[in-house]
Design a protein around this ligand. Structure first.
Ligand SMILES: NC(=O)c1ccc[n+]([C@@H]2O[C@H](COP(=O)([O-])OP(=O)(O)OC[C@H]3O[C@@H](n4cnc5c(N)ncnc54)[C@H](OP(=O)(O)O)[C@@H]3O)[C@@H](O)[C@H]2O)c1
Length: 334
């Protein structure tokens, strides 16, 4: 039986996610409904993607009995309310990153998932790319010896976007881009929370972090250095250095299609599509979608690859980075 998806929000990432689902077999994945705040936008999205039901409110989507899992693709200040809405309606949820604005909101979401006994995952799609699966396999079999250092960066000039400038829309490079190298270092170190975090950054006049550098120290003297910027195009590579070798992601570390292990490169191309996409390699969201399907088939309530504990630890690190850089959201005083 196909997994029946509902899409919450008819924006850019929802479009790309829906296209990614089309690269998979319709026997396994079907989009059966979409909801937007405005019914015309929902209908337009539904027409473009041949989706049967198009709703003008998220509440109607929550009431649709024909849905196995909702993908939440709205901007992050609305993730908390949307997650609670769908999970209270006993819907499983895949929610875009960051799962919420801070750790307090993440805890509320995780509590709701447990209370409602539904599946919930933060859509950290990078972890499901075949390249990332291979990196975890190499690390688990000790290919690099003892890993001592991770360096990763993600920077793209995005300050022209309202949601990168306006704090009320969740602007800030730590939550938008920094989340990728941060989660990468935490994945490499087995989900451990760092023992110490040192962050410094440059903020706009409106108090939004534009460029941030973070050094993280994990147990046993293992380190990570993370850079993110919504103002600059960086190299966007990542390196894992161990006592016996090195793994390098040479470019676009958040959606990796190439891995260099001790100098030898392997390619992992994403599926192709005829649709125009908003974001690089975003058909690669098919890997997380299929992982969600597998979890649902097994009756799991969280993914072992991006667990609830992983989301909470990540949010706590993001909170601390923002505290040191001086970025405060209205949600922080709630
Ligand atoms: N995985 C990835 O690679 C990736 C890439 C980009 C973004 N993201 C994440 O996906 C989320 C959406 O990003 P996006 O680029 O798709 O954003 P977007 O197109 O600007 O907005 C997405 C949706 O959010 C809702 N929205 C936008 N502005 C709003 C406002 N002022 N008030 C209330 N709702 C508003 C709208 O929902 P309606 O359609 O219902 O009106 C809109 O369609 C963010 O959390 C972002 O971090 C992930």
């Amino acid at each position: 039986m196909a997994t029946k998806w509902g899409i919450c929000g008819a924006g850019k990432i929802s479009h790309d996610f829906t296209v990614a689902l089309k690269t998979l077999s319709p026997e396994d994945h079907q989009v059966v409904a979409v909801a937007a705040r405005n019914v015309e936008r929902a209908q337009e999205f539904g027409k473009k993607h041949s989706i049967r039901a198009a709703y003008g409110s998220y509440v109607e989507l929550a009431r649709d009995p024909n849905i196995d899992v909702v993908y939440i693709g709205v901007i992050h200040p609305y993730h908390l309310n949307c997650c609670l809405l769908f999970m209270d309606a006993k819907k499983n949820v895949l929610c875009e990153k960051p799962l919420a604005m801070n750790a307090r909101e993440v805890k509320e979401i995780l509590d709701s998932a447990k209370r409602n006994n539904v599946f919930l995952m933060e859509a950290v799609w990078s972890r499901f790319f075949p390249a990332s699966v291979e990196i975890r396999r190499l690390l688990a079999q000790g290919e690099l010896g003892e890993v001592k250092m991770v360096r990763a960066e993600f920077g793209q000039p995005l300050m022209h976007l309202p949601r990168s400038m306006d704090k009320n829309l969740g602007a800030g490079t730590t939550l938008d881009l920094g989340i990728y190298p941060l989660q990468f270092s935490m994945m490499v170190y087995g989900g451990e929370k760092p023992e110490s975090i040192k962050a410094t950054g440059v903020c706009t006049e409106t108090g939004v972090d534009e460029t941030t550098v973070v050094t993280l120290k994990f147990s046993k003297g293992r380190m990570a250095v993370i850079t993110c910027s919504s103002g600059l195009e960086l190299d966007n590579d990542a390196v894992i250095v161990g006592t016996k070798g090195t793994i390098r992601i040479p470019a676009h570390m958040w959606c990796p299609t190439s891995v260099v292990v001790n100098g030898k490169e392997s390619q992992y191309p994403v599926p192709e599509s005829d649709f125009t996409l908003n974001f690089l390699n975003s058909t690669g969201m098919c890997y997380e979608a299929e992982a969600v399907r597998q979890c649902l088939l097994k009756g799991l309530k969280e993914s072992p690859v991006m667990s609830h504990a992983d989301s909470l630890a990540l949010a706590e690190v993001e909170d601390e980075v923002r505290r040191q850089v001086g970025v405060v959201y209205s949600q922080d005083s709630g």
